[in-house]
Design a protein. Sequence first.
Length: 186
Amino acid sequence: MNSTALKFLKVIGSWRSVADAARTTIRMPEGTKEPSSKWKKTILLSEHSPIRKLIFSWKWTNLPYWVSVHFVRHKFGIEHFVSTQRTDRTGEDRTGARQDAPVEHECFANAQTVIFMSRRRLCSQASPETRAAWRLVVDEIAKVEPEVASACVPECVYRGFCPEFKCCGFVNTPAFEEAVKKYRSL
């Protein structure tokens, strides 16, 4: 089977619209100055509601069906469009379909949801295939919105400790301390 690929990533919305929404919430007039990188990181780390005006759209190809199911479990701030396996649409008997059968999975999600999903899907307790598929998205986001990508960390880095039932041990490494330090720095 072909490996999972990311067909596209698009950004809908702008930092100007995020900043204007933030100004609305504190009763200030719209501004003309573009937000600084420091301001972007601060509003992302605080996860204030205006970041939801920044939307990302992407499409995976050759995503194993069972990995697609992991992503479909996310339902707030995201919309999913997954290629069908219906027998009447594909001409193939679905009851015999393998769980690793490839699907196309297209999504759009706001920045807050992307950050939240990263906490779950970049965790070492997520399957390697799911982590790899999510890493494709975060890596593409880093190319166009590096501040957003810098806020996309596993749950342990976000919280400063591992909340999982079975810890992978990453929290006991110097790499973890460095990751937390990097995440918290502006």
